[in-house]
Design a protein around this ligand. Structure first.
Ligand SMILES: O=P(O)(O)OC[C@H]1O[C@H](OP(=O)(O)OP(=O)(O)O)[C@H](O)[C@@H]1O
Ligand SMILES: O=c1cc[nH]c(=O)[nH]1
Ligand SMILES: [Mg+2]
Length: 210
């Protein structure tokens, strides 16, 4: 696997992933844990953000402080990526949020797009794509291509669970993208679901499973 893939290894992340995998975890708990786990990942994902110096006046004297140099645009892939947005906004409240609506066709497993809404100046921003599942990689690759067509060049992808097939596709098609995952799972099943995985992330978050 390329060196633009970082598997974030942390005991609290491993503990939280176990709750998310558990089929008996209800949606209310699933959402809270997804948010907490995303916060743990966000700390690592934002580690290389550049700073600008800014003077700040404490009650005692003037000293050097910092502001973030670059604008940040969070891009959740609907629906499941929505479950990761608030954790990033807690840490980067000044970030703007673009949305990409995609779902996988159940037969072909190809992504079908239905919604796009973005802030301006993608070319000057650091883009952080959020989607808990990187399975075949079709959805995230489509999102990256779409963003690049609109000028984005500095792109990070944050997923909880990735399949080897999806990582291979993403690193081959977009070797410049930095990828952060909590775990690399074993394989996809014949329906394109990650094994062992956690099931359909959107359904688990929003309670829409049959
Ligand atoms: O890597 P891929 O093979 O493209 O699969 C991953 C995609 O599948 C899920 O979305 P889904 O299609 O279930 O849509 P939903 O979030 O609306 O349920 C998931 O949230 C990813 O977007
Ligand atoms: O296992 C999977 C694969 C794709 N999308 C999901 O939500 N889960
Ligand atoms: Mg789904």
């Amino acid at each position: 696997m390329g060196n633009n893939l970082l598997i974030i290894d942390h005991p609290l992340i491993k503990r939280d992933l176990t709750y998310l995998r558990d089929k008996n975890t209800p949606s209310s708990t699933f959402r809270n844990i997804l948010r907490r786990l995303t916060s743990l990942m966000a700390f690592e994902v934002t580690k290389d953000l550049e700073l600008l110096s800014r003077e700040v006046e404490t009650p005692l004297e003037v000293t050097q402080g910092h502001v973030l140099r670059d604008e940040i645009v969070l891009v959740p892939i609907l629906r499941a990526g929505l479950g990761m947005v608030d954790a990033f906004l807690d840490l980067i409240p000044e970030a703007r949020v673009g949305h990409i609506g995609l779902y996988r066709d159940e037969e072909t497993l190809k992504p079908v797009d239905y919604y796009f809404k973005f802030p301006k100046n993608l070319d000057k921003s650091i883009i952080i794509i959020l989607d808990p599942m990187l399975a075949t990689g079709g959805s995230i690759c489509a999102a990256v291509s779409y963003l690049k067509e609109r000028g984005a060049s500095r792109i990070k992808v944050v997923s909880l669970i990735a399949a080897p097939e999806g990582i291979t596709k993403l690193t081959t098609e977009h070797p410049d993208v930095q990828i952060y995952v909590a775990v690399l799972d074993r394989q996809l099943n014949h329906k394109g679901f990650i094994l062992p995985g956690l099931g359909d992330a959107g359904d688990r978050i929003f309670g829409t499973e049959n």
